[in-house]
Design a protein around this ligand. Sequence first.
Ligand SMILES: Nc1nc2c(ncn2[C@@H]2O[C@H](COP(=O)(O)OP(=O)(O)OP(=O)(O)O)[C@@H](O)[C@H]2O)c(=O)[nH]1
Ligand SMILES: [Mg+2]
Length: 648
Amino acid sequence: MSALPSQSLSTLTVAIAGNPNAGKTSLFNALTGLRQKIANYPGVTVEATRGVWYLDDGSPVAVVDLPGLYSLNATSIDEQIACDTLVGSGERFEPSISPDVIIVAIDATNLSRNLYLATQVIELGRPTVVALTMFDLALRNGIEINVPSLAEALGVPVVPVVARRLIGIDALASAVKKIAEQTRASVSATRIDDALTIRKHELLDRYQRIDTLLSRVLTQKNSEGLSRTERIDAVLTHRIFGPLILIAVVLFVFQMIFSWANLPMNLIDGGFSSLGRFVRTTLPPGVFTDLLADGVIAGVGGVLVFLPQILLLFLFIAILEESGYMARAAFLMDRLMRSVGLDGKAFLPLVMSFACAVPAVMATRTIQSTKDRITTIMIAPFMSCSARLPVYTLMIASCFANQKTFGFISTGALIILTMYLLGISTAVGVAWLLKHSILKAPSTLFVMELPVYRIPSVSNVFHTMLSRAGLFIKRASTVILAASILLWALAAFPRSTGSSSVTASEQVKNSYAGRAGRLMEPFIAPLGFDWRIGIGLISSFAARETIVSTLSVVYNVGEEDESQRSGSLVRVMTDAKRSDGSPMWTPLVGLSLMVFFVLACQCMSTLAVVRRETNSWRWPLFMVSYMLVLAYVGSLITFQGGRLLGFN
Ligand SMILES: Nc1nc2c(ncn2[C@@H]2O[C@H](COP(=O)(O)OP(=O)(O)OP(=O)(O)O)[C@@H](O)[C@H]2O)c(=O)[nH]1
Ligand SMILES: [Mg+2]
């Protein structure tokens, strides 16, 4: 994000306020050139975000994007952040911002509801400009708005904008500049006195006033766009078809992630293998070459192989979010989750958690009841996030290679769906337990707002996908790189003496890492895991996908056959044997490990954000411990149960 210029007399501060999902962040991105998250459901932005808007003459304006709110009677944390900025009261949550001009974003397709907040903000008497967002949609839906008379009635400038196509931005700039100059010239703003603004001593109901106003400025020719949404929803949120379609969509997404990612993944895998061999053949043999080939290239490469899958996952998530279907998915889950007594607003954060639990934990700021909010935070990590995908994929490739169910659906896609469902159902169970014990609270009634369906904007989808991929690569080149180097050192030292008689695998076994893994082995053997997996489990508590790089390093360093070193991880794992000679990576071991990864909270970033959002160490500690117990028990039941049923 670009840095704010230091606050001077000439630097204006503009805050963008408005109803949830009114298009504030889209406008903010259009003004500042930043890429903050946009999605088609309410409650996406939960903190004040700053950026710089350069006007035509080059002068900078500080812009603040605020969370959405329905009225100035704020109830949840995200609304309070927005409200505090508008009303100018204190700094309860963030450093206080005092805007010179407020831009109220009003969704042109939903004037009556949006005007409720807009009139309240205008009444505050601060310099205000109304941005009439989604003007393209209004035109397409036959909604005609008499903009000059709306401006006259409100007593403030009204500028139609289409943020996606940068339409109306110049007009908005001149309106903001003009009103800021006027305010500077005359200290007290009197411009709202003669307007149709609703004032406290008018005793008419606000809604009545808005209705009167609308009858003067609004003509609705047809409501085709809105009824289209209703027609689609009749199918997609149907009691029976809705859930079936949801499952089909999810299955389709996984199927695509697997089949489309296959080729590029093989290419990347092959690339890193060749690179490893190249390093081995060109550099003189020695510790440095080993570090580079077995540590850095094997470790980082082992994780980067999954980039195509991560890209596809985020592509699909972005399309589902932007079209409005994600809100329907949340609506369908709502029925299920309401039965455990959770707030209706808990579902969107949980859906977000399928991408990553960190923004999901922040998104719980939209939940009013503190107890419901904490319950939601406690169960958010059960939703299978993107970091689990490499782990699942590796297990499926090594333990269930190329199996098909019903001829066309890959067993892999079905198993992954099962893992997602396991996470969801565990979350439901835990939420019920928490809500009926330590976090008991009456459930609040909440009606979820379903946005209209939209054709996803290609550039939004693309940028969401790329920024996510950027984060993944950043993790691979920082956390994973550091972990790989550390792990390589722990696996390669201390050097076993008499090196000619000591095999490579014995070297790893007697290394620091090997000793730690073997120390763990008695505890994890009942889950089907050996000491190598033990090392992976320890490192995965930093970040889940670290287990992939760890296994890659451990197997590479321990590879007996020099010519096979730096080979593909899946191949080495498929060949790996237990000490009794039986195959290590059986389907049952794969399942057991996946179950462990569904249930355990192996993510430092999540724990850090939970600590920040709950303001205590109590909740993150509780979270990591109870999830670890569940993971252990879940894995134990999977492995021992499977063996009792005759699997191996
Ligand atoms: N057609 C059209 N769609 C838009 C326009 N502006 C925003 N959208 C879409 O409206 C949806 C909501 O946009 P956001 O910018 O995330 O809305 P927001 O007000 O920041 O929402 P919250 O942060 O949840 O309060 C997204 O799907 C956008 O792509 C526009 O001018 N035209
Ligand atoms: Mg927003």
